[in-house]
Design a protein around this ligand. Structure first.
Ligand code: R5P
Length: 295
């Protein structure tokens, strides 16, 4: 028997995942004390196999809660603890870009590896490391991709789109989404000068009169996609739509995309957002089943 634990701000994905697994999710109760500390309450008795669903968008507070929940779950009976973090935070800070910078990817990975036996995630931003296992020393990392699902969604909406990733790092997702449908595809080159200051060179594809879809793993401020959209329209694109796995969309990100000429903004439900159109619940459920069968 497996228990599926989740937090109430991710109830929709928890229910969808529970339905796909045939398990009713149980919710972790949170009480926030006036001084900012948190009390978590888990089911009083847990089976040996426990899956905890927690996306790590806006991660800082959630990381503390996760450590408490994991330790508590083990005290209450869990022997094998799986974290399903559809969005895995801190993966982009994967080297010291300047002397003295802390390589957050390594340390957040070590922290999660200390608490969980298995970590399942979707399209983690692994650029300079080969696999999620490398980020989780001694533990099992399962990295799934939503790119084929986004590719299916795009194919159902747009005839013969040109799929563009804003930078080289997006090549893996663009290829995975384009492959099954034979979309024209390419990736641009990004020059980042600051959090909200990027320049993009688009790939040398004929965009005149074409429907362009920009595909990326994550949109945060939306600047990367807004700049790419402006470039595509300046190169004659008839329309620009956007598809991302992780809809972080901080502040006015979505409005800034529309202001840049973007028509539709589509995302998966890895991060709950109004733009969610594709559910990763079946993908997560299949991976959890396969992992359980393999143990
Ligand atoms: C980084 O390379 C990622 O793939 C995204 O392109 C980036 O995080 C998007 O950030 P923003 O939306 O703030 O431009």
């Amino acid at each position: 028997m497996t228990a599926l634990l989740a937090f109430d701000d991710e109830a929709a994905l928890a229910r969808a995942l529970g339905a796909a697994l045939g398990i009713t999710p149980q919710f972790v109760a949170r009480h926030r004390f006036p001084d900012g500390e948190t009390r978590l309450t888990l089911p009083a008795v847990l089976p040996p196999q426990v899956v905890l669903l927690r996306g790590l968008q806006q991660p800082n507070e959630k990381l503390v809660e996760l450590l408490l929940a994991a330790a508590g779950a083990r005290e209450l009976g869990a022997r094998h603890l799986t974290l399903v973090a559809p969005y895995l935070a801190y993966m982009r800070q994967d080297m010291a870009f300047h002397p003295g910078e802390v390589v957050s990817q390594r340390h957040v990975g070590a922290l999660l590896a200390g608490a969980f036996d298995t970590v399942v995630t979707v399209d983690p931003h692994l650029h300079r490391v080969a696999s999620l296992d490398e980020v989780l020393p001694g533990r099992c990392g399962i990295a799934l991709s939503a790119a084929p699902l986004l590719g299916e969604w795009i194919a159902s909406r747009i005839e013969q789109p040109v799929l563009i990733g804003p930078d080289e790092e997006a090549a893996q997702w663009v290829q995975a989404a384009a492959r099954a449908h034979g979309f024209a595809a390419g990736v641009g080159r990004k020059h980042r000068r600051g959090d909200r200051d990027v320049a993009i060179e688009l790939p040398p594809l004929a965009l005149d009169g074409r429907a362009v879809v920009l595909l990326d793993d994550v949109a945060s401020t939306g600047h990367t996609l807004a700049v790419a959209a402006r470039e595509a329209l300046a190169h004659g694109a008839a329309s620009v739509d956007v598809a991302v796995t992780h809809a972080l969309f901080v502040g006015d990100a979505v409005a800034s995309l529309h202001a840049a000429g973007v028509r539709h903004v589509w995302s998966t439900d890895c991060v709950p957002h109004a733009s969610n159109v594709v559910s990763v619940a079946p993908l997560l459920a299949a991976a959890l089943r396969a992992a359980a069968d393999g143990r």
